[in-house]
Design a protein around this ligand. Structure first.
Ligand SMILES: [Zn+2]
Length: 162
């Protein structure tokens, strides 16, 4: 019998259709010239949290996309309301970058959108216009005081898609 170490387990699962839909939305909302983003919501039940809902930053707070991404208390208040209404929690956030920069900027590193250890931040290049596969995204886990653990190389074999 095969045993699975913690690092082999999928960090989260997102159905392929939903992943493509998220990329399309992010590309459209960014208009090819500005960053956009969303929270990936779902339940942590079991060992494989599954993304069931998406909350786009500009839906939470229309003024949040101003080149980069800036969410204030107003956006988080709406996010919390959505999560409690749906009975879900924030599993990860995703945002776009220009070009092929899928590393966190210093602003990204210093400002986790959800400062809870285990939170995952995903970065998609080319403002999500290139239909990125999971191997093309940057993935980082927030480890609290230890900062971020880059998980980029692990993304493709963590079966996020099914
Ligand atoms: Zn960024």
């Amino acid at each position: 019998m095969m045993t699975t170490s913690a690092s082999d387990r999928p960090l989260l699962r997102i159905p392929a259709k939903r992943w493509r839909a998220v990329l399309d939305e992010l590309a459209a909302r960014g208009g090819g010239h500005r960053e956009s983003g969303a929270f990936l919501l779902g339940r942590r039940r079991g060992r494989r949290p599954k993304v069931t809902h998406i909350a786009y930053f500009d839906d939470l707070e229309p003024a949040s996309l101003n080149g980069a991404v800036h969410l204030t208390t107003a956006g988080y208040t709406r996010l919390n309301r959505i999560c409690s209404r749906l009975g879900v929690e924030v599993l990860a956030d995703i945002h776009t970058h220009p070009g092929d920069h899928i590393r966190q900027s210093s602003i990204d590193e210093d400002n986790p959108l959800v400062a809870v250890p285990g939170h995952v931040a995903i970065i998609v290049g080319h403002f999500a216009r290139n239909g990125a596969g999971l191997a093309d995204v940057g993935c980082y886990r927030y480890d609290g005081d230890d900062g971020w653990a880059p998980l980029t190389r692990g993304v493709s074999h963590w079966r996020w898609l099914r």
